[in-house]
Design a protein around this ligand. Structure first.
Ligand code: COA
Length: 260
């Protein structure tokens, strides 16, 4: 049982809802630990093919790391370790074999923006606000904000957001590439679920290798990325699902994936 989040299963879609609305779903240490456990639970469940991450209530996705815990960090080493522990969970989400969609239902600030950026695809309600306000606390982002934001929106925009600390609207976030889709608030979960179900209907090995190829390619040179893509193309060619997918197309029928 979890105290700070809920886990639901709707067919092949797993939904993790960070559930601390009184603190605008801020990420306490306990919440980060439960998030790690919930992710592993859904990853280990063969019936689950795609995951949605969202926040409880209408106001916040996640309003950041839990600021009330900051003063308990007693040394620079402890603070660095705190950042590394959070980064490890976000790294796991980013590299998870299954796709993870962030359904951003409200404030995604600090650690909330960082959590969303570790997900594969970001869908936001038109009422959402995103930003990295750490500078206003006299600190810097510690869960990847200076790194993933730069990779998503470029150095100039990342510096504008991180150095000013000002939040931006969902529409502006989409314009700069921080958010992929914006929908009216009432349509957020239906849209996220529809997308998750679509991803869940794809050949699982191919889906995992697409994610892996894009992730690893985005970190290195084009040549290394292309090499990696070719190697993974070889891997996927050896699957039964490749035989099934190609046969189904030629036979004008729907493929029945086996996940191998
Ligand atoms: N950590 C801990 N508690 C938080 C929090 C956080 N990151 N963000 C909000 N809360 C708490 C508030 O302290 C408040 O608690 P209280 O009712 O016991 O006083 C409650 O959530 C509601 O927040 P409140 O500030 O009253 O709502 P608001 O609508 O006036 O403002 C925000 C909303 C998001 C603009 C504001 O809460 C905020 O700036 N939060 C901090 C964002 C931040 O700096 N995140 C990065 C952290 S590194």
């Amino acid at each position: 049982m979890y105290e700070n989040l809920t886990v639901e299963r709707k067919g092949a879609v797993g939904i993790i809802t960070i559930n601390r609305p009184k603190s605008l779903n801020a990420l306490s240490r306990a919440t980060v630990a439960e998030l790690a456990a919930a992710i592993e639970e859904l990853n280990a469940d063969d019936a689950i093919r795609a995951i949605i991450l969202t926040g409880a209530g209408e106001k916040a996705f996640v309003a950041g790391a839990d600021i009330s815990e900051f003063n308990s960090l007693r040394s620079a080493e402890e603070a660095a370790e705190y950042a590394r522990a959070g980064q490890a969970v976000l790294n796991r989400i980013e590299r998870l074999p299954k796709p993870v969609i962030a359904a951003i239902n409200g404030y995604a600030l600090g650690g909330g923006c960082e959590l969303a950026m570790a997900c594969d695809i970001r869908i936001a309600a038109d009422t959402a606000r995103l930003g990295q306000p750490e500078i206003n606390l006299g600190i810097i982002p510690g869960y990847g904000g200076t790194q993933r934001l730069t990779r998503l929106v470029g150095k100039g925009m990342a510096k504008l957001l991180v150095l000013s600390g000002d939040p931006i609207t969902a529409q502006e976030a989409q314009r700069i590439g921080l958010v992929d889709v914006v929908v009216p608030a009432a349509e957020l979960m239906p849209k996220a679920t529809e997308l998750a179900e679509k991803l869940a209907s794809k050949a699982p090995v191919a889906l995992r290798l697409c994610k892996q190829a894009i992730n690893e390619g985005a970190e290195g040179s084009l040549a290394a990325g292309l090499d990696h893509e070719a190697a993974l193309f070889g891997v996927v060619f050896d699957t039964e699902d490749r035989v099934e997918g190609v046969s189904a197309f030629l036979e004008k029928r729907k493929p029945a994936w086996k996940g191998k």
